[in-house]
Design a protein around this ligand. Structure first.
Ligand code: SF4
Length: 264
């Protein structure tokens, strides 16, 4: 908002339409009925820019809180805390502040490549991780690392990052995730796949740590999600399976998408 010289006035409510005309701004409401609000918790954890405020809550502050909770719930003996750019950085800082372990810059991001999370193909995703990030040996070599990322979806990216840090000389890698495990697909426009592709659907935390090559792994407890934003009215269905709307009984996202495309 400030990047384009804008000034915050207020949030636009779900289902609300604002009409801008030469006569000013008018509001239109009621098209979708009066349903309770269910803000996507993953906006705070991953999607939104850290300088955003959603429904009056700072995204940066919610990520710091996630890191602090992780430090309390999943502590680790380490020499330095690093984050995976971009959205793991704020939570890494929170982990550092709460644990007293120094914060460091251990991964550098190539600015000229997009987010791997939304890449459609597995090969393409793996290739992009290699191009997108590089490890900073000065920070990680010979060190016990706490590595904070915002999520583990399929595990591909996490495995590559852990390998990259080991190649750069990291002695131990304690992986901490500022979100709970993904156990359910998202039906609301996010590329969180059916359970077939979600690593947490098939493996325990210990086994997932082994697959991605980490010495230990800890996730944000699902019970802590409301405390990130200090209010109710959340969607956290990809973690809890409690969808705010009706979804296909089999919870097969591909099937659901096929139904939508069939109607087009
Ligand atoms: S299911 Fe997950 S990603 Fe999808 S809207 Fe809900 S919280 Fe957001």
């Amino acid at each position: 908002m400030t990047a384009v010289g804008g000034k915050f006035i207020r949030d636009i409510d779900p289902g609300e339409i604002l009409v801008f005309s030469k006569d000013g701004i008018s509001e239109m409401r009621g098209h979708c009925g009066q349903k309770p609000k269910h803000a996507c918790i993953f906006e705070y954890i991953y999607f939104a820019r850290p300088d955003s405020h959603i429904d009056g809550v700072s995204v940066h502050s919610s990520r710091l809180a996630a890191g602090r909770i992780l430090a309390e719930k999943c502590p680790a003996q380490a020499d330095v805390v690093i984050g995976v750019p971009d959205s793991g950085l704020d939570a890494a800082l929170g982990f550092s502040q709460a644990s007293g372990i120094p914060y460091g810059i251990g991964l550098i991001k190539n600015k000229y490549i997009g987010r791997t999370f939304i890449s459609p193909g597995q090969n393409s995703r793996s290739d992009k991780v290699n191009i997108k990030l590089s490890a900073l040996g000065e920070t990680v070599s010979g060190k016990r690392i706490v590595l904070v990322d915002d999520s583990i979806v399929r595990g591909t990216t996490s495995k590559r990052i852990v390998a990259m840090l080991r190649e750069a000389g990291a002695k131990e890698i304690h992986f901490r995730v500022s979100a709970p495990p993904f156990l359910h697909p998202c039906f609301y426009g996010t590329d969180i796949d059916s359970c077939d592709d979600l690593i947490a659907c098939h493996h325990t935390v210990e086994k997932t740590a082994e697959i991605i090559g980490a010495d230990s792994l800890g996730y944000l407890p699902v019970s802590e999600l409301p405390s990130l934003i200090g209010s109710a009215g959340l969607c956290s269905a990809c973690f809890t399976g409690e969808y705010p709307t009706t979804v296909p009984e089999a919870k097969l996202k591909d099937k659901f998408e096929m139904k939508i495309s069939d109607k087009k």
